[in-house]
Design a protein around this ligand. Structure first.
Ligand SMILES: [Fe+2]
Ligand SMILES: [Fe+2]
Length: 364
């Protein structure tokens, strides 16, 4: 039997990816059509993230092949307000006056500037028990995923078929030519890269993933707005990896660190020089050589033939160095070391480390 094209291949019962798969694109956009049916009643067509205007001719064609008449779509939902998510709403609402919309107020406040007139709007953040009840008896569960990547972003869950539509969360860039629907290990770097660019920080991603992991019945398929759907072992691996992946602002700190590490290392050298004068070079070397294996400073310094260098995380490492060098010494010595760091950072225009100035002598 001839294989069906991807937009006619159900992901779960009644659900199809109707977006365009483009061989030359590094960012595939996914639009979904999910249809609920009840005995004897009208089918309820739901369009998730109607997508980019660039793709509209393809999306329209795929939708028409599946449901013939675009005016039978009853509901659209949007994860957030980006043009690759909402662009087609202007075109779709022109062809369909009966369609209602579902999103958060925070998203709609911005999208309404497209002068859209849906039949009715349902606000995901106002829905009791986070559940939309459909005329077919089915339910759509709203799963807030704040700041992933917009404040009002929200995922939508069909608990019956265990498929979760997550917008940009779990989305990925792709290697050109990889156009299949489901992702595997080869697609992880593109997923990681996408999150590093578009997600604000690890805490926001982790918060969202914890909500998703707590869903019952558990999620079987994650359907993002770009790239590949996730399922099985790979889906769980991606969730676990994203819980730990530094993204957005987390990387900004790293960039700052890379820019200033040479200056911090010079200051570290001066700090050791001052400590040598006070404690003796042998004692200073002994302190640094015998740092416990899990001490944070140990990961930031490198021992050379006759010297130590600061090689990473300078902004945090300098206060740690002051702590270890001044241990057991009178407060006045720690103050001297802090003053030196403060003065040099200001002189060389490097961001100031948190030195705890003014709380000397406080037990911590
Ligand atoms: Fe987006
Ligand atoms: Fe997107």
């Amino acid at each position: 039997m001839a294989e069906l094209p991807y937009w006619k291949t159900p992901l779960v019962e009644g659900c199809y990816m109707v977006g365009q798969r483009h061989a030359k694109s590094l960012l595939q956009c996914n639009t979904y059509l999910h249809t609920f049916r009840s005995k004897g009643g009208e089918p309820f067509h739901w369009c998730i993230d109607p997508g980019s205007q660039v793709d509209y001719p393809h999306i329209r064609k795929h939708l028409k092949e599946l449901i013939s008449d675009l005016s039978t779509i009853r509901l659209f939902s949007i994860n957030h307000q980006d043009p690759d998510v909402v662009g087609n709403l202007t075109l779709l609402t022109r062809e369909n006056k009966e369609m209602a919309g579902l999103t958060t107020e925070d998203t709609w406040r911005l999208v309404r500037h497209l002068r859209l007139q849906p039949k009715k709007m349902y606000f995901a953040n106002k829905i009791g028990r986070n559940t939309v009840k459909l005329p077919t008896g089915d339910r759509i569960q709203v799963v807030p995923t704040p700041f992933c990547h917009f404040r009002g972003a929200v995922a939508y869950y069909d608990p019956e078929r265990q498929i979760l539509f997550t917008g940009d969360l779990f989305a990925g860039l792709n290697i050109p030519g990889r156009m299949q629907l489901f992702g595997d290990e080869e697609d992880w770097p593109g997923i990681a890269q996408f999150h590093q660019i578009y997600m604000p920080n690890r805490a926001a991603v982790a918060f969202a993933i914890r909500q998703i992991q707590a869903l019952r019945p558990p999620v079987k398929i994650i359907a993002p707005q770009h790239g590949f759907l996730l399922r099985g072992d790979f889906m769980h691996k991606v969730m676990e990896r994203l819980l730990r992946l530094p993204v957005g602002m987390d990387l900004l700190a790293k960039e700052v660190d890379e820019r200033y590490i040479r200056i911090y290392n010079d200051i570290f050298g001066e700090l050791l020089h001052l400590a040598n004068e006070r404690l003796g070079k042998e004692k200073v070397f002994e302190i640094l050589f015998t740092l416990p294996r899990d001490h944070e400073l140990k990961r930031c310094i490198r021992a050379g033939k006759d010297r130590f260098d600061l090689v990473r995380n300078g902004i945090h490492a300098l206060p740690w160095a002051i702590d270890v060098l001044s241990q057991g010494q009178p407060d006045e010595f720690a103050t001297q070391l802090k003053s030196l760091v403060l003065e040099r950072c200001i002189k060389r225009k490097a961001p100031l480390p948190q030195l705890g100035i003014g709380i000397e002598g406080t037990r911590r």
